[in-house]
Write a protein that binds this ligand. Structure first.
Ligand code: HEM
Length: 416
């Protein structure tokens, strides 16, 4: 096994990790261990011994061998709340087929020809209602939810989508709770909200199924799912489609909205970058919305002269690579200009992995970039702003700012 430290009985090094990630500077947790044990080390977090990789080649190996030597591994709370038919939990040939269906739904031609118009329209719709002080994180979440509802099921924002969003927020809260209904009210509430979300979406699926039987076809993800063969000549059931949609809502929501907010935060703190707006890659690198991925080994595996036994957890840390001076010069500063130079833009694919890679590469990676760029374009051209309060970035339980990033906005040209 790679060298390392198991920490205290049962809780291991979990509390060290959490207290580091609850601060704006979680790097020392990784730095001290890498300095002592090397970039691949053993620790014990969230109830299990875990191999932690801060090495880009090992991370690439883990990502590429998904489904062969490793399988993805989510905590119990997330698996239950997502539903067993979600893309994130699918395996084998069904995963492969559904992953490529999702990728094809959000490829660049589809974005350009179909999705971009609504992305632009809905972002402008929300920004038009801004007056003085806004909580940017809240606004970014409303926008992202509205976009996803449109892309998945064709709905424009209305009371129904807003009430669904409220239930949906309770589901997300449950992701980071202990999955025991008797002990955790958050988890209990999340399970109930998940049932309500599923009921609401099932109704939509049934209605759309009837429409599709009458020959009416809509050009959204739900339309594609209703047409898709589920194997053995059958179509997907309502439950399967609902699980699939819930997972897509989850996957694109926190991630895109947090990156939007942090892009604006970093821009605010780096005014020169505003002029050039080369910030998307750099925000993805520094913010590390998905700091890395958990996998479980499916057989004994030899990496770097160590043997990781079958059934062990492995964490491939993207953050550790993104924040390492060996891979990015002065890695811990926000420097969007690094992407302008030949070298920055051509960094090896295994070192810059905000969207993962291999068979589970994020199917929303192009969509997220386009959404971010359109959002930044509109906020920069329509508003000037300043932070309303000092707000700190934290990385646990998710990447966020503590006060939802309040800003005072001022319209640049009120007539526009
Ligand atoms: C800034 C925004 C985003 C970031 C940083 C991000 C990051 C990631 C990462 C790192 C993974 C790989 C997980 C793994 O290997 O286990 C992933 C998977 C996934 N992402 Fe994204 N994502 C973003 C936006 C989106 C959007 C907009 C969608 C909506 C289409 C989406 C849908 C998914 C899905 C469904 C998966 C699971 C793929 C699978 O397990 O096969 N993501 N994302």
């Amino acid at each position: 096994l790679p060298p390392g430290h198991y920490g205290l009985p049962l809780i291991g090094e979990t509390l060290h990790l959490i207290s580091a990630y609850k601060s704006p500077n979680p790097e020392p947790f990784i730095d001290t261990r890498v300095a002592r044990f090397g970039p691949v080390f053993t620790t014990h977090v969230f109830g299990e011994p875990t191999i932690f990789s801060a090495d880009p080649d090992v991370n690439r190996f883990v990502l590429q061998n998904e489904g062969r030597l490793f399988e993805c591994s989510y905590p119990g709370s997330i698996s239950t709340l997502l539903g067993k038919h979600s893309l994130l939990l699918m395996k084998g040939s069904l995963h492969k087929r559904m992953h490529s269906l999702t990728m094809s739904f959000a490829n660049s031609a589809i974005i350009r020809d179909h999705l971009l118009k609504d992305i632009d329209r809905l972002i402008r719709f929300y920004l038009d209602s801004w007056t003085s002080r806004v909580f940017l994180m809240e606004e970014a979440k409303k926008i992202t939810f509205a976009l996803t509802m449109k892309q998945l099921m064709g709905f424009d924002p209305c009371e129904w989508t807003e009430s669904l969003r409220k239930e949906y927020l309770l589901v997300i809260e449950g992701f980071f709770s202990i999955p025991l209904p008797f002990f955790s009210t958050t988890y209990n509430r999340a399970i109930k909200a998940r049932t309500k979300v599923a009921e609401a979406l099932s109704k939509v699926v049934r209605e759309r199924r009837r429409e599709s039987e009458r020959g009416e076809r809509k050009n959204d993800m739900l339309g594609a799912l209703l047409d898709e063969e589920a194997g053995g000549g059958r179509r997907f059931s309502d439950e399967e489609i609902v699980d699939f949609l819930v997972a897509l809502l989850v996957a694109g929501y926190e991630t895109t909205s947090t990156t939007m907010t942090l892009a604006v935060k970093f821009l605010t703190e780096t005014p020169l970058a505003l002029a050039q707006l080369k910030v998307v890659n750099e925000t993805l690198r520094v913010a590390n919305i998905i700091g890395g991925i958990f996998r479980r080994t499916t057989s004994d595996i030899n990496i770097r002269g160590y043997t990781i036994p079958k059934g062990w957890k492995v964490f491939a840390s993207f953050r550790a690579v993104h924040m390492n001076d060996e891979h990015f010069k002065d890695a811990r500063s926000f420097n969007p200009w690094r992407w302008q130079s030949e070298n920055g833009a051509a960094c090896p694919p295994s070192t810059f992995t905000p969207f993962g890679g291999g068979p589970r590469l994020c199917p929303g990676y192009e969509l997220a970039r386009v959404t971010l760029s359109v959002f930044l374009h509109h906020i920069v051209t329509k508003f000037s702003w300043e932070p309303a309060e000092v707000d700190r970035l934290v990385f646990f339980p998710t990447t966020r700012t503590q006060k939802r990033y309040p800003i005072n906005v001022q319209r640049r040209n009120p007539a526009a």
